[in-house]
Structure formats: C-alpha cells, structure tokens
Design a binder for this molecule. Structure first.
Ligand SMILES: [Zn+2]
Length: 428
C-alpha cells in the first residue's frame, strides 16, 4: 500500500468551504487533510507531489449521457426533437457492438478532458460500454434503453436486470446500474408499473426523461386527465429512487409532489435551449429543497461534453429569466456537478467530495494562467471562469488517467481512428 501527499494546494472541501494545504492518499483512499498551519511528518510518505498552489477538486459527474452517440455530433441539426429522434432511430438497426465500443471510448476521452470522472449512460450494447469503462478506468452508471412497443421491448427490461446482476459494483466498484425506461410518452403506464415493481424488489434506482417538451406535458395531461408527476405518484412509481432528466415543464403542483420523494432532478440547459424546449424551473425547485444536478446530454443535442459550460449556462440563464443574479452561487453550481450527482447515483459515500475515507477521484486545475488572475474566490473560477484546457491532471481511484492534457495509458489517436472507421462503415 502506497502513501502519497499532495501538498501546496488549494483543496476545496464542499462542506466547510475552507482551503487546505495538503491531502493524503492511502492507496486509492483519501486520508488526512491538513490545514496549512498543521505540522506534517513528510518522512512517512512514499511520494510527495507539489501542486504548486493550483486547485484540487473532486472529479465532475456528468450524469446523463448516451455516450456512443459521439459520432452523431452535428447530425440532422436544426430539427424539432421528435423529427430528429426519428432520424437517429433509423440508423440504430445497423449498429454493432464494435461501433458502440469505439464511439463510447471516444466519448469517454472527451469527458475526461472535460474533467469528468463519472458518467451515467443509457443505450444498447451496454456490455460494450462496460468494456470501455473497464479500459479507460472512468466510473459509470449504466442502463439499458427501454422503450415500450419498440421491436425488442419485451426483452429490454429483462436485459436491464441482467445488466444489473452482471455489472452492479463491477470493476472495483466503478460501475453501478440503473433501470432506464425512456420516458412516459414512450412507456405506457402498465409497463411503468412493471418497471416500478422490479425496481422496488431489487432496490435499483430509476432514471427517466420527464417533461422535456411542452407538447409532452400537454399530451400526457390530455390523455390521462392528470399531469405526469401526479400520475406517476398515483401508480406508486415515485416510491422509487428516481433520477429525472430535463423536468423543463414541471408545474408548481408537481414540484410540491416530488419534494416528498427521493426524486433527483437532472438539468441540462444547453440541450433544452438548442432544441427549443424551454427552461427548467430551477428557482422553484431550489426553494423546495429538490436536489438538482447538471449534465451535458449527448453531443447531438449539446455538441460538447463540457460540464463547465453547462454550469455557466445554467447560472446565466436562470439569472436572465428571473432578472436576479443571486439564485445560485458558484459553490452551489459546483455541488450540482459533484456531490449532488453522487447522491443521485447513490455513490456519495465513495465520491463527490474530497473527504477522508472517500475514493481519490481528483482533478488538478492549473490556475497559473492569465485568465485566472487575479483570484478572489477559486470556487468562482471553477464555476465561471476556467477554460477546459486548464486541466493539469485527472486521477480516478487514484489512477492517473490524464496529465498535461495527454492520456497516460490510452491511445487517443488509435481510438479516434477506430471511431472514424466505424462511422464510415455505417454511413457507406
Ligand atoms: Zn437522454
């Protein structure tokens, strides 16, 4: 077991919000964190790394993605959501496991360069995604795409459960598994009841797209005489641990309902703006103590996997919408990209903050740059002012994955050329 000391660093602890000077890593676990005035016996360490007064921060968590769709960046741009999805779904039948593997690998490279150490994923061929997770050392939460009445829908729930049995806490606990029914408009209520009962019996979290567009919310109300959340409560669906992506058109009544449940809102302003879906009522959610997290969505509806720009956009748009710059502060935005998501994924005992006994998913951010000077508040810099390439090093479970913008053990050019080979075959 090796013992390392990261010293001379600004370590951001989300709970007390001070800045520390040194952090100890025992093997892959965070040990003591020493304040600058505490005496440290450096002779007990196998390695001492000088952070040179840069920032040490927990790895970011991007908890809603469809990683393999990396190759769809820019595809069929400018269409309304449903028309655009139809274009995407036409291609799905031609996919192979090899395609998914290389595109997911490419997506993971982009995420790690965007300071992400955990992501949540949903689609097909999740065995190939699991393999990519294993190779790259990133942390992930996987699910099988479940759409009621799609050609293979009867098997999809079963396959999601098999995925859970096979991979939950696999690869040294870096993978967890959720059940992911696509949305209330693609899964009928009887099917959602079945999903709910399986999730309860096996204690599996559920991730679902909810209330992304006005049309979805209005159509549901017309067909069911109840709003989406009201109906989900009625059928017992909300008694699960729920991660709800989008939630753009939740009403005040629905927000009052979800506050009574284990309901985690995942918000994605860039995708919602790009597709013209509108803006999630985050101010009201915050006032009702709903746990909110930020994610990027896939590169088709956002065009990048940068958590920093997602954080900044979330802040700007809410300020603009309410004509009030005080709705969220930089510290809350960082929590939305770290510990809030760890809670939503139920991995907050392992990651999400830099605290003793947690695993060392750590990013080191270089602030010795023109655009980072001067520094009044480093958390403001992390949330609003840093550039993605200010990253210095990424550790996941204390394994060094990226250093000076270069991957330490992954061959970036090979991965991108394999991705391109598969893309050409699909479109030829
Ligand atoms: Zn999605």
């Amino acid at each position: 077991m090796s013992k390392t000391l990261l010293k001379n660093s600004w370590i951001i602890d989300w709970i007390n919000n001070p800045f520390f000077w040194s952090i100890e890593i025992d093997d892959k676990i965070i040990g003591n964190i020493y304040k600058e005035w505490e005496k440290i016996d450096e002779s007990i360490y196998d390695e001492i790394i000088d952070i040179k007064k840069n920032i040490v921060c927990p790895g970011l968590i991007n908890t809603h993605n469809h990683a393999w769709m990396f190759f769809f960046r820019g595809f069929a741009s400018g269409l309304p959501l449903q028309e655009w999805l139809q274009e995407v779904w036409k291609i799905e039948d031609k996919l192979t496991s090899e395609d998914i593997y290389w595109w997911t690998m490419s997506s993971i490279l982009e995420m790690i360069k965007a300071w992400t150490t955990t992501f949540a994923d949903m689609y097909f061929f999740e065995d190939a995604v699991a393999e990519a997770v294993k190779e790259t050392w990133i942390r992930a939460s996987l699910s099988r795409w479940i759409i009621w009445n799609a050609p293979n829908w009867a098997n999809s729930l079963k396959e999601n459960i098999e995925l859970f049995d096979k991979y939950n806490w696999a690869f040294d606990d870096r993978i967890t598994v959720m059940i992911w029914p696509h949305a209330p408009y693609t899964c009928n209520l009887d099917f959602l009841k079945e999903v709910s009962s399986v999730a309860k019996s096996k204690n599996i979290p559920i991730h679902m797209h909810i209330s992304e567009t006005r049309k979805e919310a209005e159509d549901f109300l017309q067909e069911n005489s109840k709003k989406i959340i009201e109906k989900l409560e009625e059928i017992g669906f909300l008694e699960n641990h729920i991660l709800a992506a989008h939630c753009v058109h939740l009403s005040e009544d629905e927000i009052k309902i979800i506050k009574n449940y284990n309901f985690f809102v995942v918000t994605n302003i860039e995708s919602n703006l790009k597709l013209g879906s509108w803006i999630a009522p985050l101010k009201s959610m915050k006032e009702n103590w709903i746990c909110i997290s930020i994610w990027t969505d896939w590169v088709c509806s956002n065009n990048n996997l940068e958590m920093w720009s997602a954080m900044r956009f979330t802040w700007y748009v809410q300020n603009w919408l309410h004509e009030d710059p005080t709705i969220f502060n930089s510290y809350e935005l960082l929590k939305m990209a770290t510990i809030n998501w760890a809670k939503a994924l139920r991995i907050d005992k392992k990651v999400g903050t830099l605290e003793k006994w947690k695993e060392a998913d750590i990013i080191v951010v270089d602030i010795d740059t023109i655009h980072a000077k001067p520094i009044f508040n480093p958390i403001d810099h992390l949330s609003y002012g840093i550039h993605p390439d200010d990253i210095d090093t990424v550790f996941i479970q204390w394994k060094k994955v990226l250093e000076k913008w270069k991957f330490t053990f992954l061959d970036e050019s090979k991965i991108l050329s394999e991705m391109e080979r598969c893309r050409k075959r699909l479109f030829s």
